[in-house]
Ligand binder design. Structure first.
Ligand SMILES: Cc1cc2nc3c(=O)[nH]c(=O)nc-3n(C[C@H](O)[C@H](O)[C@H](O)COP(=O)(O)OP(=O)(O)OC[C@H]3O[C@@H](n4cnc5c(N)ncnc54)[C@H](O)[C@@H]3O)c2cc1C
Length: 344
């Protein structure tokens, strides 16, 4: 049986109390749903002396529409400019929210494809954004890792994937992130110093050891997603071993704004679960803008294939995962292709 170490559990009532506690206690970690942190603690990947529970902080809950300044507005208001999601909103709530489902179906789909129903009822979008990277040589018990002499990400100095490199290549594995990036989302990071807003695409760095720019005493308070115009189509597709529960082996999100004749005005594609940060596929304007999605699908798929180079960081063969990139890009774009011309 894997046992937890001893720690103190704190329940702040406000965001200010939570960030003040984190500032005062360098050996404290935030916990939201605990669906990732608890297993990791059992594996002795983290051994914080204090846990700061976020679920009791009311201002971190909910999904609402807001105007450009962030003031809440009613659904249907012409001033609505963004969808705001509190960090402690559960993945089930995100996946079922009517505004999210209507205006950004890829995000609803991604949230609804995390793990299984029980974990989605407990796991939050903030925890998903801050999800630790994953690797075959890392997500193991202390005994297992010790037998191998540990690894670069935790307690060791060798990467068993690259064998030479000094940079950790554990995989970014959060489902909602690729969708959020294609939607141009940003997030509010709060500390005792105040709030800074960063793009979700800027939040991640290419080092699997600690792959975000979040300071130890900063909290994700909310995610802000610009309200897409009705001509934007989105999709999220995911490869996993068991469709009922598993982390992604490959994940792809796409968003495209289409003209009334169905040609692409703007397109964004993000591939993840391969390296330590989600990969924004570049050069798509040249191959897709001005073409219909079905005409451009093959060129977009090849562009993604060229830019994606998975390693042996997850259990499934990297060459097979690479071969699946164009297959799933085509599927995503096919899902987004409208059947009939859009109303002008
Ligand atoms: C069997 C299983 C299958 C899973 N499958 C998937 C999957 O398919 N896709 C996927 O994306 N995830 C998966 N997960 C991981 C996890 O359930 C989700 O990522 C979930 O969204 C994590 O949210 P949480 O609230 O439980 O995070 P927690 O476990 O509470 O926290 C995760 C990390 O984020 C930090 N944190 C949490 N909230 C905040 C915040 N507001 N500000 C700053 N830091 C914060 C914590 O300190 C911790 O480091 C799976 C987990 C299990 C056990």
């Amino acid at each position: 049986m894997l046992r937890l170490h001893e720690y103190a559990y704190h329940r702040p009532g406000t965001l200010n109390e939570a960030v003040a506690f984190l500032r005062e206690h360098p050996d404290a970690m935030p916990i939201a749903g605990g669906t990732d942190l608890m297993p990791n603690m059992k594996h002795r990947l983290f051994t914080p002396r204090h846990l700061v529970a976020l679920k009791g902080v009311r201002e971190l809950h909910g999904v609402w529409l807001a105007d450009a300044e962030g003031n809440p507005v009613e659904d249907g208001s012409p001033a609505a400019a963004q969808v705001v999601i509190g960090a402690c909103t559960t993945l089930t709530q995100v996946s079922r929210d009517p505004v999210v489902r209507r205006t950004m179906p890829s995000l609803a789909e991604a949230a609804g494809k995390v793990a299984g129903p029980q974990i989605r009822n407990q796991g939050t979008i903030g925890g998903n954004l801050c999800l630790d990277t994953r690797c075959t040589y890392y997500n193991q018990s202390l005994f297992w890792r010790q037998a191998l002499g540990f690894c670069l990400k935790k307690d060791g100095d060798v990467c068993h994937v690259t064998r030479t490199g000094k940079k950790c290549v554990a995989a970014h594995s959060a489902d909602t992130v690729p969708a959020l990036i294609t939607l141009g989302a940003s997030m509010d990071l709060v500390s005792v110093e105040g709030t800074r807003t960063v793009g979700v695409d800027e939040f991640f760095v290419a080092d699997g050891k600690w792959n975000t720019i979040r300071g130890r005493d900063e909290l994700v308070a909310r995610v802000r997603i610009p309200l897409p115009n009705p001509a934007v189509r989105t999709a999220y597709v995911k490869v996993r071993q068991r469709n009922s529960i598993d982390f992604p082996l490959l994940s792809i999100a796409a968003a495209a704004e289409l003209a009334p004749d169905h040609t692409v005005r703007r397109i964004s594609l993000v591939v993840s679960a391969l390296g330590s940060r989600p990969r924004v596929v570049t050069g798509l304007d040249k191959v897709a803008v001005g073409h219909r999605l079905d005409e451009a699908a093959e060129a977009v798929a090849q562009q993604a294939f060229k830019q994606c180079h998975p390693l042996e960081n997850l259990i499934v063969d990297p060459e097979w995962r690479r071969a699946m990139v164009p297959v799933y890009v085509r599927r995503a774009l096919h899902e987004m292709t409208p059947a009939r011309p859009l109303a002008a």
